[in-house]
Design a protein around this ligand. Sequence first.
Ligand code: ADP
Length: 184
Amino acid sequence: MEKEKRLPNGKVLRLMVGDITKVPADAIVNAANSALRGGGGVDGAIHRAGGPSIMEELNQIRAQIGHCPTGSAVVTGAGNLPAKYVFHAVGPIYQDGKHGEERLLASCYETCMRLAAERNVKKITFPSISTGAYGYPVEEAAPVALRTVLSVLQQGETPVEEAVFVLFDQRTFEAYSRALDTLP
Ligand code: ADP
């Protein structure tokens, strides 16, 4: 299952069903938590596949900054993953949609695109941040995620040529696919 939007400037936004730990990229985005201590879902999968060096780096970051605020992200190497970097983004826990969730979710994707620019990342992969354990309804999260990433690609100043959403299940893929169809 794949779907692709090619922009007039040649940049590509792609949706696919898959396991993000298996898709080669320059930077892989993790849906982390603000404690940066690992967890279930995609976070667990990334640490399992990437090996202990990622947590060792996070331990050092934690020693310096404590925790990572919601809407932001920290960078580590990618250990055994097929990538150079992991961007550990902290999505919002969904309450009722009236607690700044949308702004914080957009901020995760914006931060990752900024970190990508600083590191000359050409290909970045994203999971569906916050729509698992953090309870963000995927129909609401998908347009926020896609709009934010697409807007950076459209501006054209980014080194990112390819942004790929690696979605774990069919239902999530379909929600992103519908959202992509409705974007300008
Ligand atoms: P959050 O706490 O931000 O909600 P989760 O990891 O619980 O993060 O879920 C985010 C999304 O990641 C969900 O759609 C989940 O199905 C998906 N996911 C879980 N494992 C993987 C994986 N290996 N690759 C890609 N997506 C994954």
